[in-house]
Design a protein around this ligand. Structure first.
Ligand code: GLU
Length: 493
């Protein structure tokens, strides 16, 4: 029996280029990659592009970008099935010759009628077998006349088909529930089933790890291997990924493609770690793993049978953990493209890297995703900040007292040349003592004046980074705003 630990491991990720890769697809790629790396095996990238009607422009690039972004490097490929059509034609011929498959000349119209009739009788859609036992002469003359045909597998009507799934154990399907599946379409393109089996065989794939939605195709595949006289690889169907409401993860649960996570400001190493835990666990507590630890620990016997739940808050938490662990220079480097994308258009680009680095040091602790940074730090970049004048007035004091505090702070700070956080703090605390207000009240006024908001990174570090000119200008602006407001509301006469 082929086991989890056989010597020569060759696995593949075989996406169909029908759209941007979904996190479920990438989880499949990741498990295959981890398995290959764990066993020192080979990871093949195969593009299953034989369904020409569903092919989406740019999908192949998107798949490869997603894999590269997550560091899932492939050893062979990309191999395109569309370059190997003759292989599948030959394989279909072999099956027809050995009578494991047959030509079917039923028109799409007739097939539709069969389907409609079955639907009316509330039966599952299934080919009725009209061409299954056509006379060889009839087949020959239809082919000679160029009647369009497909090749169908002659699925046994009786008995069972069983295979051993490395995750689920033995799985049995009753053949009576299976169909005479199409292997080769009338345009000469193979269906997924034929191309997939032929390629897995010729590529020497040892283990198939794929989403469990494919499990119902596996009995056909097992029969195909047998019909070709090939021994099948090992199968492992990975548990489904559900949304928090326990429905299959889909668009309505929010972002589902890797591109969306990349553009949304997730770090590839965080998504990598998070996806590895969707269906695999080392134990019931460890959540943070480096790539190397995952490679070292990954094994199929730790892949669960039950569906995994995509817990977005956990991903956000994990991303924050990875962000905090970055050296500040690296954090700043990764932040720049997001800032350049997200800051208001009035902020000149390119951003000054040294300046971003200073800001990065102040916000790294509180960043969960890089796409939050534009909003979190815009006041560092803008010339002026907007806020209602009333938000300057601290709790427990009135506008006149606030004006007094700002005047006091301004005149103290104007004398300071050494614009460092500790000096600023010392000077401002002296103003607190003189004014008889609490530090909390004074800091809150200053915070709004300097940043335009009531929650911001540590005040004096922020003021140091903003710089002397900007801070003094903003304080004067705050004062002017309060004075205007005071004059406006002063009784006339
Ligand atoms: N092309 C299939 C997909 O898009 C591959 C399934 C398999 O791995 O066999 O998922």
């Amino acid at each position: 029996m082929v086991t989890d630990t056989q010597d020569s491991v060759r696995v593949r990720f075989a996406p169909s280029p029908t759209g941007h890769p979904h996190v479920g697809n990438i989880r499949t790629a990741l498990f295959n990659w981890l398995f290959a790396r764990h066993h020192g095996g080979v990871f093949v990238l195969r593009i299953e592009d034989t369904d020409t009607a569903r092919r989406v422009e740019g999908a192949v690039e998107s798949i490869m970008d997603g894999l590269e972004w997550l560091g899932l490097d492939w050893d062979e490929g990309p191999i395109f099935q569309s370059d190997r059509l003759s292989l599948y034609l030959d394989a279909a011929d072999t099956l027809v010759r050995t009578e494991a498959a047959y030509h079917c000349f039923c028109s799409p119209h007739r097939l539709e009628q069969v389907r409609a009739e079955l639907a009316r009788r509330q039966l599952p859609p299934r080919y009725d077998g009209r061409c299954r036992d056509l006379d060889a002469n009839v087949v020959a003359s239809c082919l000679a006349a160029g009647t369009p045909s497909v090749v169908r597998f002659r699925t046994p009507r009786k008995g069972d088909t069983t295979f051993n799934d490395l995750i689920r154990g033995p799985v049995t399907f009753s053949n009576a529930t299976l169909n005479d599946y199409v292997l080769l379409k009338s345009d000469g393109y193979p269906t997924y089933h034929l191309a997939n089996v032929v390629d897995d065989h010729y590529m020497g794939i040892s283990h198939i790890m794929r989403a469990d939605e494919w499990i119902s195709s596996t009995p056909l595949h097992v029969m195909l291997y047998a019909a070709f006289g090939w021994s099948p690889p090992a199968f492992a169907h990975l548990p489904m990924i559900l949304g928090p409401d326990k429905a299959k993860l889909s668009k309505r649960h929010g972002a589902t493609t890797v591109t969306e996570y990349r553009d949304g400001g997730y770090l590839p190493e965080a998504l990598f770690n998070f996806l590895a835990l969707l269906g695999w666990a080392l134990d019931d507590k460890t959540e943070l793993f480096t790539r190397d630890q995952l490679i070292a620990h990954f094994s199929l016997d730790r892949v669960g049978k039950t569906a995994a739940v995509f817990n977005k808050p956990k991903l956000d938490w994990m991303n924050g953990v990875y962000i905090r662990a970055l050296p500040v220079e690296e954090f700043a480097r990764r932040a720049i493209p997001f800032l350049e994308r997200d800051l208001p258009p009035s902020v000149p680009r390119p951003l000054d890297e040294a300046y971003v680095r200073k800001i990065a040091a102040l916000v790294q602790e509180r960043t969960r995703i890089l796409s939050e940074l534009g909003k979190l730090t815009d006041f560092f970049f803008l010339d002026t900040v907007d806020y209602p004048a009333t938000s300057l007035v601290a709790k427990g004091i009135d506008r006149t007292q606030t004006i007094g505090v700002i005047r006091g702070v301004l005149s103290t700070l104007e004398d300071i040349d050494n614009w460092e956080a500790s000096t600023l703090e010392w000077a401002v605390r002296a103003v607190c003592d003189q004014s008889g207000l609490t530090a909390k009240q004074v800091f809150s006024i200053l915070r709004v004046a300097a940043t335009g908001r009531s929650a911001a990174p540590p005040l004096f570090d922020t003021m140091e980074v903003l710089g002397r000119d900007r801070c003094l200008m903003r304080l004067s602006h705050a004062l002017a705003q309060l004075e205007i407001a005071a004059n406006d509301s002063a009784p006339e006469g």
